[in-house]
Design a protein around this ligand. Structure first.
Ligand SMILES: NC(=O)c1ccc[n+]([C@@H]2O[C@H](COP(=O)([O-])OP(=O)(O)OC[C@H]3O[C@@H](n4cnc5c(N)ncnc54)[C@H](OP(=O)(O)O)[C@@H]3O)[C@@H](O)[C@H]2O)c1
Length: 353
């Protein structure tokens, strides 16, 4: 069977990456249906050598769609994802709208593909920072057990959409020319206070929660606990926006249940893990950076060290392309995994078709 595949948010930063991932996917695709808001009507996107017209995302537009990849924000997902499922489309949703719902699997295929088994038509793609961290930590969790994670992120502006990428380019140009500018987009487009991202770092991603952590930081806590199936796992995150266009980096300190026998043992566990590439050689100054891993599907790990004071604590530097593994590839990989398992269909009780 070949599938009709919709990409909702096809004109956005993630949507464009999703279409590129679908182009190199093993999934049999009969037709691509790019969707966006009414503003994009008349635009086209390139897919396998053809210019495909963008259609407005409406409930009716999902008739006859088998698979819908959503990346058009939480509001659009809340309004349209259930409509798509009702019409028989399996939805992989990139927004945070459904991630913590009990009935919705939150999946990183290398880590918890088994959670797909009893899906009800809607599957959530985790937050980009969470995805790369759990891919790197899954093998350590399996071998030694995880007790506590402390993570600081260095997140690219593309994680905040096209407008934020444009803002970094514009502000940087003005700044380098010695010209003034008024910051308009970051840290959060919908909040009144803005900070420059050119020549700056911003320790706020998303709005603040009453506990003083940001929503992005709490996503890393709650989503990591759900993916690992461990609601007691301790996670402390500080999420920071940096003036990089693509690629999130993370300094991760992990307290393990059991102290590794050696750091070679840790490296071996990481090297054997699916989706992980180890680049770690201090003598050659080898470690991953966002620019080096751009466009890659894997998660790169370097700077692997044992803590100086606690033998069961390990420090890692984890880098991935936030638009690829952090969003588009993880979503397409979920679809490929569903197809391999014979699960790329909406269970009869959920859809009308
Ligand atoms: N970037 C990342 O690293 C990342 C990672 C994981 C998840 N996400 C999530 O993915 C989503 C999109 O992010 P992005 O970075 O691609 O944003 P973006 O570049 O701003 O693109 C937004 C897309 O959503 C579409 N859209 C907006 N309102 C719509 C509506 N009412 N109906 C249909 N389509 C609508 C836009 O279409 P128009 O062009 O017509 O306005 C555009 O295609 C967000 O929910 C974000 O949280 C992003």
């Amino acid at each position: 069977m070949a599938y009709r595949v919709a990409v909702v948010g096809a004109t956005g930063a993630v949507g464009e990456a999703m279409i590129a991932e679908l182009e190199r996917s093993t999934l049999p695709i009969a037709e691509l249906v790019p969707m966006a808001s009414a503003r994009s009507a008349g635009k086209t996107v390139a897919f396998r050598g053809a210019e495909v017209p963008v259609v407005e995302a409406t409930p009716e537009a999902f008739s006859g769609v088998d698979l819908a990849l959503f990346s058009a924000g939480g509001q659009t997902s809340r309004a349209l994802a259930p409509e798509a499922v009702r019409r028989g489309a399996v939805v992989v949703d990139n927004s945070s709208a459904f991630r913590l719902e009990d009935r919705v699997p939150l999946v990183v295929p290398e880590v918890n593909a088994e959670a797909l088994a009893d899906h009800r038509g809607l599957i959530a793609n985790p937050n980009c920072s969470t995805i790369q961290m759990v891919v790197a930590l899954a093998p350590l969790r399996e071998r030694y057990g995880l007790r506590r994670i402390v993570v600081s992120t260095y997140q690219a502006v593309s994680g905040a959409g096209r407008r934020a990428v444009d803002a970094l380019r514009f502000e940087s140009g003005r700044w380098l020319e010695g010209e003034g500018f008024v910051p308009e987009v970051l840290p959060v487009a919908s909040l009144p206070v803005k900070y420059p991202i050119a020549d700056n770092v911003i320790p706020q991603i998303d709005r603040f929660e009453p506990n003083g952590f940001t929503f992005e930081e709490m996503k890393m806590v709650r989503e990591t606990q759900k993916i690992f199936g461990d609601p007691a796992l301790e996670v402390a995150a500080t999420c920071v926006r940096v003036p990089v266009t693509v690629g999130h980096s993370e300094a991760v300190t992990v307290e393990l249940e059991e102290a590794p026998a050696s750091m070679e043992d840790v490296v071996e566990a990481l090297r054997a893990a699916p989706g992980v590439v180890v680049w770690d050689d201090p003598t050659a100054q080898r470690y991953p950076t966002p620019m080096l891993v751009r466009g890659e599907r894997d998660v790169y790990v370097g700077r692997i060290r044992r803590d100086l004071f606690r033998p069961n604590v390990v420090h890692l530097w984890v880098v991935a392309d936030n638009l690829v593994k952090g969003a588009a590839w993880n979503a397409v990989q979920i679809a490929e995994t569903l197809e391999e398992k014979g699960l790329l269909r909406v269970p009869a009780a959920e859809g009308d078709r």
